[in-house]
Every structure is written in structure tokens, then in C-alpha cells.
Design a protein around this ligand. Sequence first.
Ligand code: NAD
Length: 496
Amino acid sequence: MRSELYIGGRWISPIKGGTFDVVNPATEDVIHKLPAATAEDVDAAVAAARRAFDKDGWPKLSGAQRAAYLRAIADGIRVRQQEIARLEVIDNGKPLPEAAWDIANAAGCFDYFAGLAEQRDNDRGEPIKLSDARFTSRAVKEPIGVAGAIIPWNYPLLMAAWKVAPALVAGCTVVLKPAELTSLTALELAIADEAKLPPGVLNVVTGSGSVAGQAIVDHKGVDKLAFTGSGPVGSKIMTAAARDIKRVSLELGGKSPFVVFDDADIDEAVEWIMFGIFWNQGQVCSATSRVLVQDGIYGELLRRLVEETRKITIGNGLEDGILLGPLVSKRQHEQVLGAIEAARAAGATVACGGRRPDGFERGYFLEPTVLTDVPLGSDAWREEIFGPVLCIRPFSDENEAIELANESRFGLAAAVMSKDDVRAERVAAAFRAGIVWINCSQPTFTEAPWGGYKESGIGRELGYWGLENYLETKQITKFVTEEPWGWYMKPSEAAQ
Ligand code: NAD
């Protein structure tokens, strides 16, 4: 396990020497200490990133050259996949197979963006047809500059990859700050060192949001902020970015609906519903946490759902056969339990779960929970719980389902299930959300845009859209005729 900051291609201790504890959420043991960076360390990281961008030529490399570094990083991750996955489990709590999937995906993300980098070598800019034939013009894309990437704890290495890979391909340099709850694997991204990534192109600083994160946000040397996390912090970052007109992209929370019509296969629906809410202990921004089921199958679907939910094996993610690990932290555990209590108090019924499982006195474990009779105006129905807690209710017709689904200040994801393809497409079109799944929930592809409507964020990650997050657009216009200047005033005349 790494114990230092990665700045300018070197491992260094924080200037003021503070540390914070790394806690294994399955055992509550302190397993490591990491450096708590302060504004001075962030300043050093930004200076290194600026040098790499302004002087050392990272943005001037060809796409193929940058792609070679990214592919080397991807290979480095793959070689150590199991080891990194185990670090993710002891840091975040998720079951090992899920962690291994995340790490493989992180490597795949570097490979995918390497491919885009190679394609960009043939890109001479988009020609623009002007209304005046004496000029030609084209739009070229250039890197924004130094990107500050601030990420959450639910997919630690994967979220880092979603930001670092497109930023590097664009030609930006990066200061990355992982969440203080899960910083172990982001430091492993210094595999970049073995990949001979030039010093300062990627810098990793660990520390708290209010100190290290805020220092990145406020730093004048940072041109772009890319953030994934909670709405309130996202809003703070956008406000701060407005001061210096920094570019900003935000991936925030959600309360995503899943509409199941009564022609759907009940067993299939139950499987996708469970995947949509219990994967990663429900700590997924796009979790389909509000399930709406047409009344013809509501009773039977709920019965099957509760039956299957009770079978989920809970335990330390390092053990075989575990499907649900602990929540990430004591605070998160308390918050989710508190949300369940508040739902009960508001009139909801706990159909299953809702408590710490028997035999788990230590660790932040919680039974997977299904809530029924959740009042529409209650926090449980409206606010993100970010845990393995599902709210389910019946609906009678399509219009009601769409209305209930869209009645939210969030708009990250939405899903619909029906054998009637025309209806499913109609509902998909009616959803006010950035990601819509038909007959499934949660499959995520590096090639496709990811991000939310409304308060779920601004900008898109992944695919070409993700690369655009780190690019500026420049118009280059040329005067290409021998004809006289025309109707413009000549400088010699203007001077008189
Ligand atoms: P958080 O907002 O508390 O923290 C996210 C990151 O921001 C952490 O690295 C934290 O240290 C940092 N941070 C906190 N305060 C800061 C400040 N003042 N300035 C700069 N940085 C600061 O969120 P979290 O608890 O880590 O994650 C849970 C939330 O993230 C949930 O609401 C979830 O929906 C959201 N999330 C969204 C997505 C998505 O893709 N849309 C993905 C994962 C998580």
C-alpha cells in the first residue's frame, strides 16, 4: 500500500506531515494511514501539472504517442488486477468479483480512450462553410489545460479512470483527488510511473474534501474541474468555478425510476430490479431505487422480490459467494439506517431488511431492504438514500407511470420493462433522464455518454462526449483571396 502523495513523478510526504486513517468497513479495523494533503501540497501538484502542460509538451504529443502511455497504464492495471481488486475490497467493502469487474473496466477505459487518441491524429479540424467565400474557416479542438479531478468512494479506481483517461487523451494534465474514504487504489494509478508517463502529467493528492479538495477548486492554476459526488458539494464547486470562469463538469446523485409493465416476465424483472439496487450495496448514483410496477403483477412481483432479497448472502467481500458487503463507512451506515427509520415514521412498511443483520456486530453491514407504502412526498421516495434500499409502489396506466417517474428534481437514469417495444420506446422518450435503459437496468458502456438531466449534473462522461469535457473549441479563419479588402475601413483611414 502506498503512503505518499504522487506529485511531479515523485512520491513525496505532505509538507505539513498530517495523516488520516484508512478503515476496513467489513472489520472496522484501521488498516493504513495516508497523507492528508493541504493547500501547499495541492499548490505543488498544480505547479507540476502546469509545467507538464505549459512547458514540457504533453499537449503537443501526437495522439498515438499519448495512446501508447494510456495502453501501458491499462496493461499495468491488468497485470495487477487481482491485487488492486483486493485493495478495493478492504477499502470500500464491495464483494471481490465486483471489485475485479471494476478494475478490468478501469483498464478498458484507458484502452478505449487510447483508441480515441489515435483517431484524433487524423483530425485536422472541422471545416466550416462560411457565407463569405473570401475566407475559409475550421474548428479545431484543443486541451483545456490543467484538470482538477475530484471523485467519490463508490467506484474508486473506475471513477478515477473515467476522468484521468479522457483528460490525458485530450492533452490535459491532471491533479486527482480521491475520496478520503477510499484512496488506496487511486494511488496505484501511479502505475503511470512504470508506464513512464512524463512527470507532472498525472498527480495524485489524498486528503479531505474541505482542505485538499477545496484547494484544488480554488486554485487559479486549475482550468477545469471534473467532479463526481454529492449534489451539495457539486453546487459549491460550480459556485466556486464561476469566480474564475473555470470549466466544470458535474456527475451528481439520482433517485432513478424503474417502470415495469404487467406484460414483463416477473423473474427477469426481479433480477434486473435487484441488480439495479443491490449491486455495490446500492451505493450507485444511477441505482434504480424507485420501482413502479403495474398493478396486474405488483403483488406477485413483490412476493418474488422479497423472497429473492432474503436469499442474498451478506459478508466480508473477500469471502467466497458474498453478494452484499458492508456499506463504506460508519457515517454512511448511520445515514442509511436513519433514512429507513424516517421512512417508517412517514408511514412506509419494511417488507424485508431494514436492520443490521444478525451475527454481524462489527462492520457496517445492513440487510438489503424493500420498502412499500412509501408516501410520495416523503424523503424516502424523493431523496437519494445511497444504500441497499428499494422503494416500490404500484401504478395503473402508462401516463401515471411516466408522471411518477419524472416527478423528481433528479434526472440521472430511468428504466422501463415491457414486451411491447413500441410502448417501451414511447416511455423511454418520455423519461427526463440522461441515461435510459429498456428491459434492463445499469449496464454501463465506456463508449456511451453518461450523465444527468436536472440536478443530477452537467456535462457527460465516457465516449466522445467524455473527451469533449476536456477540450476547448478554437475557430481558425483565413483570408484567402487576392481581392481588395472591401467594405471594411482600412487602418490608414481609421487613423485619420
Ligand atoms: P461527496 O460530495 O461528499 O464527496 C465527493 C468528493 O468530493 C470526495 O473526494 C470529497 O473529498 C470531495 N469534496 C467534499 N467536499 C469538497 C469541497 N468542499 N471541495 C472540493 N471537494 C470536496 O460525495 P461522496 O459522499 O463521496 O459520494 C456520494 C455521492 O456521490 C452520492 O450523492 C452519489 O449519488 C454521488 N455519485 C454520483 C455519481 C455519478 O456518476 N453521477 C457517481 C458516484 C457517486
